[in-house]
Design a binder for this molecule. Structure first.
Ligand SMILES: NC(=O)c1ccc[n+]([C@@H]2O[C@H](COP(=O)([O-])OP(=O)(O)OC[C@H]3O[C@@H](n4cnc5c(N)ncnc54)[C@H](OP(=O)(O)O)[C@@H]3O)[C@@H](O)[C@H]2O)c1
Length: 307
């Protein structure tokens, strides 16, 4: 019997946290031929390079991980953040539709204002309170307008062993200082990028190749609009709790002082409450999601830290 031709899957942001995590798992999915693209292949700031790239290649799916993610810097670079997180997304959504490619777009808890008192579900009213959140919300809206078969996956507090993130910052500062102040009045859930990448690959497989999971197809097919899903690890914590867990697991003796957000002003305001309900993604794709502490332990173990 002839082997089926692998589906062509583009992953943007190949050097980012989620892009690298997807790359590390790609070999487990021989049914897909992955193409990882970074800034060298096309710059999201340039519509011309995006157009040129897609005029030469056709894909069955696009996992759009690249984004302008510098939350504070976005406040002073609104045009660039808007170009990358909104206008380039609109462009890619249109090109994906033309190519009949499934688009999976990563979005953020920062589309919400953080004033809720129970986890946000996918239908909750968006109301970003910073420029980054606004551009990501506008990216979502552009997709909804241009590409009804796309999937939007909102996530929060992403970290991995690579690159700039809260865990690596705490490991570095905790080893340099005796004491550290960390905010305790912003509540959310960390997301280990490899867990998110694994969930995205389950979704991709279910959508492109099909899955025997009961309920998946019926849930998806009844929804004529863009499907929005929330994915984070399980559980809840403040940044202070998160830092404390990092120090405990990595055996760093640095003392932690809980402080309020007001005592640590930043250019971009952050939502006080960022919990996302994951009921929909778990039901639709049969996902079992690890608790954030378990995933943090895996991340630190992977880095060779004592836990
Ligand atoms: N990190 C979080 O806490 C978080 C939370 C919620 C949602 N998200 C969303 O999840 C997705 C993935 O996040 P992440 O943590 O993996 O982000 P990341 O590590 O910051 O990676 C972003 C990637 O985007 C690329 N990029 C930025 N500007 C570009 C441009 N002009 N042209 C081409 N590529 C460009 C970067 O390329 P270079 O490597 O060349 O700079 C980088 O590889 C994003 O959509 C983000 O908005 C992230």
């Amino acid at each position: 019997m002839l082997k089926p031709i692998p589906k062509r899957v583009l992953v943007t942001g190949e050097n980012g946290q989620v892009g690298q995590s997807l790359k590390a798992m790609a070999q487990n999915y021989p049914q897909f031929a992955f193409y990882f693209a970074g800034r060298e292949q096309f710059d999201l700031a340039s519509d011309d390079t995006i157009k040129l790239f897609f005029s030469a290649q056709v894909f069955d799916a696009i996992i759009h991980c690249a984004a302008y993610t510098a939350v504070d810097k976005a406040e002073s670079e609104p045009a660039l953040a808007n170009q990358i997180n909104h206008l380039a997304v609109a462009h890619i959504a249109k090109l994906a539709k033309e190519q009949n490619a499934l688009l999976i777009y990563l979005s953020t808890d920062y589309v919400f204002d953080g004033r809720a008192s129970q986890p946000y579900d996918e239908a909750a009213q968006t109301c970003p309170i910073n420029l980054y959140g606004q551009t990501k919300r506008d990216g979502e809206r552009a997709i909804i307008a241009a590409n009804p078969s796309a999937l939007i996956v909102r996530t929060s507090w992403v970290y991995t062993k690579y690159g700039h993130n809260f865990v690596n910052t705490m490991l570095k500062l905790g080893r340099q200082r005796d004491e550290l102040n960390v905010i305790y009045d912003q509540i959310g859930t960390p997301t280990y990028a490899p867990d998110l990448a694994a969930a995205i690959l389950v979704m991709l497989n279910a959508e492109l190749v099909g899955s025997s999971l009961e309920g998946l197809q019926s849930e998806k097919r009844t929804d004529k609009n863009v499907s929005i899903f929330h994915y984070t690890n399980e559980g809840v914590c403040s940044w202070y709790d998160f830092a404390q867990a990092v120090f405990e697991m990595a055996a760093i003796p640095c003392r932690l002082q809980p402080i309020e957000s007001l005592a640590y002003p930043t250019p971009a305001q952050r939502p006080g409450y960022s919990l996302l309900s994951k009921a929909r993604i778990k039901q639709a794709y049969g996902l079992q999601i690890p608790h954030w502490r378990e995933s943090l332990a895996r991340c630190l173990l992977y880095q060779g830290k004592r836990i």
